[in-house]
Design a protein around this ligand. Sequence first.
Ligand SMILES: C[S@@+](CC[C@H](N)C(=O)[O-])C[C@H]1O[C@@H](n2cnc3c(N)ncnc32)[C@H](O)[C@@H]1O
Length: 206
Amino acid sequence: MKTQEQQHLGIVDGLLMQMFGRPKGLLGRLGGIILARTKRDFTQWVIPLLEIQPDSKVLEVGFGPGVAIQILAATASTGSVVGVDYSQEMVEQATTRNAKAIAKRCLEQVAAGIVQLHYGSVEKLPFADDIFDRSLAINSMQVWPDGMAGLREIRRVMAGGGKIALAFTSAAGQSSTGLTEMLTAAGFIDAHLVKTEQGFCVLAIK
Ligand SMILES: C[S@@+](CC[C@H](N)C(=O)[O-])C[C@H]1O[C@@H](n2cnc3c(N)ncnc32)[C@H](O)[C@@H]1O
């Protein structure tokens, strides 16, 4: 039998999951607005760590309200920026936030570049092998049903020599311990950890 305190914690965890973990419904939409307002600085710290080039092909898993997609689209200006998120609400918010970039790039750069946002889960990415030369997930892996399966799937769609970044703010509740080992077990090399006041990022190469 659960104590009253355990029951309350279960309810709070459920609400947090609905708001931020896998945003759903009204609470999820509100969660997306809060994420967009509070995580931009951290996102701006993470993206340069990936050394993205203008022609990079970038995959973001768990893009949420699409703040990183916005920065990535400006950075990989002749490449491609593709996102996958397991929340319809976040696909809608990120599509609205990036509407101009999506429309502009579709019109002006049909051959050279594209911004695409997909609904889906990290365990089954709708892409062929060896495509992306950069990939990232910010505050997302801690809510995937199977972290290792997700990492192996991201590795599958990455090109050899491609760079991955998994980043977490302190609020994500993800420990940095064991993450470099996890990336190595998923088949990545040169895994290492970098820290900032707001959180940390693990980087590795396929
Ligand atoms: C805490 S939010 C972070 C959003 C954004 N990266 C940010 O930093 O603001 C976690 C995101 O991961 C997504 N997510 C959760 N499980 C996922 C899965 N299995 N596959 C893909 N995305 C997932 C959620 O829908 C949500 O948008």
